[in-house]
Ligand binder design. Structure first.
Ligand SMILES: NC(=O)c1ccc[n+]([C@@H]2O[C@H](COP(=O)([O-])OP(=O)(O)OC[C@H]3O[C@@H](n4cnc5c(N)ncnc54)[C@H](OP(=O)(O)O)[C@@H]3O)[C@@H](O)[C@H]2O)c1
Length: 384
């Protein structure tokens, strides 16, 4: 793939692609498991004449929506699209054909489509005489389709770990109290995120301490997230909120295989209450989180997971290199208590270099808290 030299990309191209990326997010929660894609169309003079995004799975793609808005003005113009236009007929006809029919002369692409059938659109356009320009990697432009690309390349969902902490990195008091460390505005943002992901993952420690509902409340819900608990011994109480609401909001509990220690009976009772029960891993060992995540893709078509677990789960996920992004709400509070619950645990770090590197992608002040948004720069975690 011939990337443009950064110096040679006209600032207007970057601006249009970034606009397309912002548009792409409008489909968040409705387009998945398809990628979030945005598109801007300019006319032959470089004036913006069309824009669009992939609004829902099965609906028209971003390019088609942008071309419809642009109409005849697209002839001789440029299409800026965050993901390589598709060349195959899926639920909708190929976008490559729509671009050619509209008379687009140049296409600027944010990232390649690794889909075995969807990819190859750029080559087809080039063969038909359209000028193709690949944008240099830009986290803003790459982000909308990151989950789609990650799932395709790794077979795992895109995992965002979220927690609220004091400025000294504690997520609960020594007694386990964490309601509420963050502000109401921060929590509202979390509910919004819950209403857009496929699954919310937590650990048995959090279930036993907080008895959470893990539903999106007080916001517009775009999709209902499956609640998933890592509970090796199936200790989730039958009167836990997650269990009593399992017939209304899907719930999965993943714990050790085998029936020892009463696990068999507890599994049967949980299943009878409507819980999707997955036996996984050997008793006494860690539940293999990599496999658990793959199972969520295979069984429930999960593309995006929001982790709302405690230190044990979050530490294990980071240690196994399974976290793609982190949302850290830092509340203006200090515990200075060694026994308070840290945001993650389970690793031993001797050298500074052994710390897991993260990249700060953005920060926002919300109701007195600071939300820090990170991506995890690791090969195993796939693309950002
Ligand atoms: N402020 C926040 O954002 C926030 C969010 C969530 C929870 N919390 C707080 O965090 C505290 C709970 O922390 P926690 O660390 O106990 O909660 P947790 O991470 O939800 O659950 C930890 C428990 O799950 C087990 N576990 C997790 N992953 C496992 C795996 N792959 N295999 C086997 N066992 C696994 C752990 O086993 P081991 O005992 O062997 O490690 C431990 O028993 C509560 O006080 C809660 O209020 C705060």
């Amino acid at each position: 793939m011939a990337n443009l030299d950064p110096a040679s990309i006209p600032p207007a191209d970057v601006a249009h692609l970034r606009t397309a990326a912002r548009l792409a997010w409008r489909g968040h929660g409705r387009a998945e498991p398809n990628p979030l894609v945005g598109c801007v169309v300019t006319d032959a003079e470089g004036r913006r004449v069309g824009w669009g995004f992939h609004a829902r799975c099965g609906g028209p793609h971003a390019e088609v929506n942008a071309l419809v808005r642009a109409g005849n003005a697209a002839r001789g113009g440029t299409a800026y699209v965050t993901l390589e236009p598709c060349a195959h007929t899926g639920r909708t006809p190929p976008c490559v054909d729509a671009l050619l029919r509209a008379g687009i002369r140049r296409v600027v692409i944010g990232r390649a489509d690794p889909h075995p059938r969807g990819g190859g659109g750029a080559e087809k356009l080039r063969a038909a005489g359209v000028e193709i320009a690949w944008a240099t990697p830009d986290s803003l432009v790459l982000a909308p389709a990151a989950a789609f690309v990650h799932r395709l390349r790794t077979g795992r969902p895109f995992v965002t770990a979220k927690w609220a902490q004091t400025i000294d990195g504690r997520i609960a008091t020594a007694a386990g109290v964490s309601n509420w460390i963050s502000s109401e505005r921060s929590r509202r943002l979390v509910h919004r995120a819950r209403g857009r992901v496929d699954a919310i993952l937590t650990g048995i420690g959090t279930v036993l301490t907080d008895d959470p509902q893990l539903t999106a409340r007080g916001v517009r819900v775009r999709r209902v997230a499956r609640r998933v608990v890592i509970d090796p011994q199936f200790r989730t109480p039958m009167d836990a909120q997650l269990v009593v609401t399992a017939t209304q909001t899907p719930t999965t509990i993943i714990g050790w295989a085998g029936d020892g220690g009463g696990r068999g009976e507890r599994r049967v009772a949980l299943a009878a209450a409507g819980v999707d029960v997955i036996p996984l891993g050997e008793p006494g060992e860690d539940v293999p989180l990599d496999t658990a995540l793959r199972l969520l893709v295979e069984r429930h078509d999960v593309t995006k997971v929001l982790v709302e677990g405690g230190a044990g789960l979050v530490g294990r996920l980071f240690d196994a290199d399974l976290v793609n992004a982190a949302w850290v709400f830092v509340a203006p509070r200090l515990f200075a208590d060694d026994d308070a619950v840290p945001c993650a645990r389970g690793r031993r770090v001797v050298k500074l270099a052994e710390g897991i590197p993260l990249r700060l992608n953005g920060h926002h002040v919300r109701g007195g808290d600071v939300l820090l948004r990170y991506s995890v720069a690791s090969a195993a975690a796939g693309p950002s």
